[in-house]
Write a protein that binds this ligand. Structure first.
Ligand SMILES: [Zn+2]
Length: 339
């Protein structure tokens, strides 16, 4: 028997090799259905992890950040499964969860359009409805590589061969016919992914390197309840209406041109006037409150940045003025820099 400390410091005894999933089930079926991952002694773990010694276990649901990550990562596998069913030639790259949702990168002949995304969503719905159980298994490094070569997933072979060097077993997750090389953690089945939406499709390079193959990245979001998805969509629509980039252009506050840079706004008269008024307001307020203004130069000798540490760490990102031929009245240092 082992002692497991649960929520609120309650210690319970369980048989050795019990898993967090089984613990959740022993507490209630409702919790088992909602649980997404577990913290075992503070480390995020899969629900299938066997507990072999006394430990502290926290069961994570969609309400916890780590639980959400497992939920979204599981949805990315459902997306990949749907894509493989509809486009068997598609090659799988990576499919992580992100701050808000998930994505999966596919190597496909033709990037997906909005109609393809609808088809994929429909297939994902079928998968969720079937409630397939998700299982985890491990293979020895060479067996893992052989397997991935056999199922012709070159990107996965590349990823696995990097892990293979360590000599440790490589983990996979399986849901029906779909198997993915994956460190996890994952939900116990696809069933809890009740509401989802594929939100966007963009190009992305394998490993973020423009020398590599261009892939098709499909973004999505998912929730355990339909109402949560509706809320999310409304929030996004509202945020889009208030998008400063869109509003600022419509109100003629600023514009951009390609030869200056898309991230570098040119303030138009109305925008410049707003800045001017704000600046005056702030300056007046500061003066009223007894603040005194000083002005420092925009540039400084490199000495300053050597003291601050910028010189050693951020030199590539600094604008450095270097006098190649010194005039007679040579400035005492020939390097000036702006961070
Ligand atoms: Zn995965």
């Amino acid at each position: 028997m082992i002692n497991v400390e649960l929520k609120g410091g309650v210690v319970q005894q369980f048989e050795e090799n019990i898993t967090p999933a089984q613990i959740a089930k022993s507490i209630s079926m409702g919790l088992y259905k909602n649980v997404c991952a577990a913290l075992i002694d503070g480390k995020v773990c899969d629900l299938r992890t066997e507990l072999t010694a006394d430990c502290k276990v926290e069961l994570l649901t969609f309400d916890n950040d780590e639980g959400k990550q497992a939920f979204w990562h599981t949805t990315s596998h459902i997306l990949a499964q749907a894509v493989k069913r509809l486009y068997p030639e598609a090659k799988l790259a990576i499919g992580p969860s992100i701050d808000e949702g998930f994505y999966y990168d596919f190597d496909v002949e033709k990037p997906f359009d909005s109609e393809d995304l609808l088809k994929i969503e429909a297939e994902m719905k079928k998968i969720v409805k079937s409630g397939i159980e998700i299982s985890r298994f491990e293979k020895a490094p060479q067996d893992a590589l052989d397997f991935l070569n056999e199922i012709a997933e070159p990107y996965k072979v590349e990823l696995a061969s990097e892990h293979a060097g360590k000599g440790e077993p490589i983990s996979f997750y399986k849901q029906a016919e779909f198997v993915d090389l994956c460190a996890g953690p994952h939900l116990m089945s696809v069933a809890p992914v009740k509401a989802f939406k594929l939100t966007n499709c963009t190009g992305a390079y394998w490993r973020g390197d423009s020398k590599n193959q261009q892939l098709c990245r499909v973004y999505g979001i998912s929730f355990p309840k339909a109402s949560m998805l509706e809320e999310y969509i409304t929030r996004r629509e509202e945020a889009f209406k208030r998008d400063h980039n869109k509003l600022g252009r419509e109100l003629e506050l600023f514009t951009t041109v390609d030869y200056i840079g898309q991230g570098l706004p040119i303030m138009l008269p109305k925008g410049a006037r707003i800045i001017q008024l704000l600046q005056r307001w702030v300056e007046d307020l500061e003066q009223k409150n007894g603040w005194q203004l000083t002005k420092t130069p925009f540039m400084a000798k490199s000495d300053l940045y050597k003291i601050s540490g910028h010189w050693d760490h951020y030199q590539d990102g600094m604008f450095i003025l270097q006098k190649l031929s010194r005039p007679a009245h040579a400035i005492e240092r020939d390097l000036y820099a702006v961070p």
